[in-house]
Design a protein around this ligand. Sequence first.
Ligand SMILES: Nc1ncnc2c1ncn2[C@@H]1O[C@H](COP(=O)(O)O)[C@@H](O)[C@H]1OP(=O)(O)O
Ligand SMILES: [Mg+2]
Ligand SMILES: [Mg+2]
Ligand SMILES: [Mg+2]
Length: 322
Amino acid sequence: MAYERERQLAIEAATAAAALCEAVRRDMVPHAIEKNDKSPVTVADFGSQAVICRALAEAFPTDPVVGEEDASDLRQPAMATPLAQVTQQVQQVVPATSSEQVLDWIDHGNGTVGQRYWTLDPIDGTKGFLRGDQYAIALALVEAGDIKVGVLACPALSFDGGTPGLLFTAVRGEGTTLMPLPQGPTQPLRVSQAADRLRFVESVEASHGNQAQQAAVAQAVGITADSVRMDSQAKYGAVAAGHAALYLRLPSPKSPDYREKIWDHAAGVLVVEEAGGRVTDMFGRPLDFSQGDRLVNNQGVVVSNGTIHETVLAALKQAVTA
Ligand SMILES: Nc1ncnc2c1ncn2[C@@H]1O[C@H](COP(=O)(O)O)[C@@H](O)[C@H]1OP(=O)(O)O
Ligand SMILES: [Mg+2]
Ligand SMILES: [Mg+2]
Ligand SMILES: [Mg+2]
């Protein structure tokens, strides 16, 4: 199988990070630390990035990792308490780790996009994580702009009332699989074509999309049920598993020039594509992962079961020009 080492390593690292995040949520009631851009980060985001970057640095030392977080704030003297908490959490995975080591592992994620790179969102949906809702650990390998491996760990996700905790894994050309966390039988995953599964998913956070326009487009393609609102790339998982036919993320009227970050999409895109679905921007262009840490050549994201994709793009064109 192609990319077997990369796939195995990504699964192991994301599974360890998922356990760390769940331990934080269970044991310490995480609170938000505010970043410069006012968005939240927690002890678990830092711990997850440290654990995954450590594994990548060891196994693939020359691969850059483009991760969401960096350790500059954590290095400030005023952050001694959260740093100690991050270190304590990482020690559950890697015993006898020092804080210095943890900071260096986090900063291993400050790489830049190149011919081959990994991109990591140590917690995608930090707001969902803090609310007790959905979040994901998202890790992907990209070569020449093409996503080759994508792993999405969704510790709080379940379908049809199952035990929470699902891991999605995709390798380009080899399909998508679903496995319970932390381990269990693997099953291949396909998107759904069933008419009764014509649900659509969107963000919980209204400011991350355009909910009025999303509802109008969904209705135009015959989806009459209310949206299922979900944080994080778990939405890609819902489409890949056939629990939704469509995920719409249209530019928010409050931030029309926002460009999506690569770590918010890379793993999810491959998980859906390899399950038989399709992902483009709102104009039908493929997402371009070769340009840097943002999708500068794209606006909005449309994720579907494939079958309805062209109809959705046509409805979107009408909605935007109307
Ligand atoms: N204006 C925006 N439009 C789209 N996504 C955004 C916007 N602002 C922040 N985000 C990103 O949305 C992601 C969460 O998505 P969701 O709502 O689907 O759970 C976060 O990674 C967040 O990035 P950041 O962590 O930099 O704030
Ligand atoms: Mg994040
Ligand atoms: Mg994110
Ligand atoms: Mg964030």
